[in-house]
Write a new protein. Structure first.
Length: 184
């Protein structure tokens, strides 16, 4: 009976350890490997390197992201939301800072982000953005439903911004570095 109890406790510890969030901030230049695969296929290993520009609890990467081959985005920087389920990945069109402050977007793509939602409902993506640690100002966005959500995210001031995302009943968050406007 005692050995059975010890085995059950050990199994419980292993389950808890396996469910722990391992997406902690890593030093710039670190490497991660993730395995992703479609059902009934051999899982390719994705090697990505951390890059400067992560803020708050979000780490940014370069190198192929989890959806890079599907979306033809092998060179785009990317970051994932937390919690890891639902998996929502932000593909960015510039290096840090990832978004330029101000509503003027002179190049037509400075603040472009492609959001990829894996396995979630095909509903609109709703974002409430605010400076990290503050509740205001809050800037709201809504992008039409699907698995991918092309967007332009214009935020008013530089700094680290938290974006609270909702797709149907699924919730996630990501922190993005916003730089000064290129016009100032």
């Amino acid at each position: 009976m005692r050995s059975r109890t010890i085995a059950m406790i050990a199994t419980g510890f292993l389950l808890v350890a396996g469910c722990a969030n391992t997406d902690r901030l890593m030093p710039s230049g670190s490497t991660i490997e993730r395995t992703s695969a479609a059902p009934h296929s051999v899982a390719p290993t994705v090697v990505a390197h951390t890059i400067a520009g992560g803020c708050g609890s979000t780490q940014a990467f370069e190198g192929p992201g989890p959806d890079s081959s599907d979306q033809n985005l092998p060179g785009n920087p990317w970051a994932s939301t937390s919690p890891p389920e639902p998996r929502i990945t932000a593909y960015l069109w510039r290096h840090a800072p990832f978004v330029a402050a101000g509503s003027v977007n002179p190049g037509g793509g400075l603040n472009k982000i492609l959001w990829i939602a894996d396995g979630g409902p095909a509903e609109d993506l709703v974002i409430a953005a605010h400076p990290l640690g503050d509740v205001s100002p809050t800037v709201r966005f809504r992008f039409p439903g699907g698995r991918s959500y092309p967007s332009l995210v214009d935020l008013p001031t530089p700094g680290c911004w938290q974006l609270d995302l909702a797709i149907g009943s699924s919730r996630a968050a990501i922190d993005l570095l916003v730089g000064p406007s290129p016009l100032t």
